[in-house]
Design a protein around this ligand. Structure first.
Ligand code: GRG
Length: 296
């Protein structure tokens, strides 16, 4: 399959849906909506929504039903990037190749834009209820899943662990735990939610969850590798910033070659989870392999 064409088509499908779900930039509080639009549409690969749609397709689901779930995932992800870039966290000036939200607007507006996107994600899910007539339990399960993945049991917890690890030597096990929470939880939620919304069996949902867990870790390792090997232009944020901040990363802990090998092994394990789906999982297979060669 032509992965590039597939990704472009999916990205524009997701972007059109996001445009439709997001409120228009008007009303007395238009500035916060403007900042939400800015961070959402300034760039981004739309990886989480694409994974969700691909997982739904792998179990024979309807992509139309999966779209609100896919968009909610992207809103939560973009909120996390806005807050991660704030002066109180990573204090970054560049994200998705453009000024970060607090640089383009101001710090208070960026905090509110993140809050606005996080809450809008759950509004999008709740508002999708009419499409789930007779399947409301699935929507509820996905809502709980996203709340857990985004919150202190997932991404928020991972960010806390990451901040607590700053300036301290940590073990490989600790690093993996941070990344399972910080990056892995939302990526895993993407494939699991896709499998659920697509009507997958318990066995299929478990396989796609296993795929997501391995994908999430491999994604983080390749993210760490890109920080060392990529350029600022390629990654849309300052290259080499992990080393500059003395962040615990896979390359810093085990070296470049061992990191590459670990990512390769995780990708192989992720792909193995897809065996029962045969051709319907072709995009998920290609996406996992793409991790090993990605430059952005
Ligand atoms: C502030 C609650 C809170 C959480 C922040 C996800 C996160 C937790 C911080 C982001 C820091 C970071 C750069 C993590 C590495 C992995 C990652 C999430 C990279 C960015 O995701 P991409 O590459 O970004 O999918 P795009 O812009 O393509 O959507």
């Amino acid at each position: 399959m032509d992965l590039k064409a597939y990704l472009e088509e999916r990205r524009s499908l997701v972007n059109r849906a996001l445009e439709a779900y997001l409120p228009a930039v008007r009303g007395p509080a238009f500035r916060v909506v403007q900042a939400m639009h800015y961070s959402l549409f300034v760039g981004g690969k739309r990886l989480r929504p694409i994974l969700c749609l691909a997982a739904a397709a792998a179990v024979g689901g309807d992509p139309g039903e999966a779209l609100p779930v896919a968009c909610a995932l992207e809103m939560v992800h973009t909120y996390s990037l806005i807050h991660d870039d704030l002066p109180a966290m990573d204090d970054d000036d560049l994200r998705r190749g453009q000024p970060t939200c607090h640089k383009k607007f101001d710090e208070a507006t960026a905090i509110l834009a993140g809050d606005g996107l996080l809450t809008e994600a759950f509004h999008t899910l709740a508002a999708a209820a009419p499409r789930f007539e007779g399947r409301e339990a699935v929507l509820l399960e996905i809502t709980e899943l996203l709340a857990k993945a985004a919150g202190y049991r997932g991404m928020v917890g991972g960010q806390m662990l990451d901040l607590m690890a700053e300036g301290r030597k940590i073990s490989f096990k600790e690093l993996e735990l941070i990344h399972r929470f910080k990056t892995g939880a939302l990526l895993t939620a993407a494939t699991r939610a896709g499998a659920l919304v697509g009507g997958g069996s318990r066995v299929e949902v478990a396989a796609l969850t296993g795929y997501g867990e391995r994908f999430g870790l491999a994604f983080q390792i390749t993210d760490d590798l890109l920080d060392v090997e990529g350029t600022t232009e390629e990654i849309g944020k300052p290259a080499g910033s992990d080393e500059q901040r003395q962040k615990a990363t896979y390359p810093a802990l085990v070296g470049l070659e061992a990191s590459r090998q670990w990512a390769q092994r995780l990708v192989e394990e992720a792909v193995a989870e897809l065996e029962p789906f045969q051709d319907r999982a072709a995009p998920l297979r290609e996406l996992a392999q793409y991790l090993l060669v990605r430059r952005s």
